[in-house]
Write a protein that binds this ligand. Sequence first.
Ligand code: AMP
Length: 220
Amino acid sequence: MAQHPRIILLGLPGSGKGTQGALIAQTWRVPIFSSGEYFRNLRREGKLPAEVAAKINAGGLVSDEDVNMIVVESFLSTQEAQAGFVLDGYPRTVAQAAFLDEYLTKQNLSLTAAVYVDLSVETAFRRISGRRVCPADGSVYNAYYSQPEREGFCNLCGAPLIQREDDREESVRTRMSTYEAMTKTLTVYYGDQGKLITVDGASAPDVVFARIQGALHDSA
Ligand code: AMP
């Protein structure tokens, strides 16, 4: 595995790519940037523009131009991203993927791998319906596999847990179909570059992570 790995994650909402991203980041000691988390933080701080909030709540996508700019300014160009990184939720379209390639190429860099956490739509849907988040600190729990110690309350700060606005059923349906099509296109894009690593996401997080570790070592 490269000394400063640059990894992107692909997978449906609910596939566990956020969890796997955190494990990769921890293991290889690189920072992780989640575009979705970035928008949720802005919202918490009351800084998310209303039209962007409306788009996200309805399960739609923020424009490529806006997301590209945000990812570069808030993360890729910062000091912490210079020694490798994990990106979660970006790129989400071929236009974003091409932009990222171009950005890295200009610095004589390239992606190490695109890790695709493969999960069926039905399983991802069930997982999302159990997801609850802490509105105060962003911690994530799940009724199926990572319950809080006290039902309905955050382990860290005790705040009552909520369902993400865009985890409600209608939004999830829209996000799933948007994402399914886009993820497929991106797997082809990275497959053509020989960078795609596909792992079966239908197991416990540590099992999925072991598969990712194995595949990343093999690809080194
Ligand atoms: P996520 O947490 O990755 O599911 O992202 C939550 C929401 O943020 C998405 O449903 C989109 O509305 C928006 N978003 C996050 N990342 C991107 C991206 N790369 N391109 C466009 N919209 C994004």
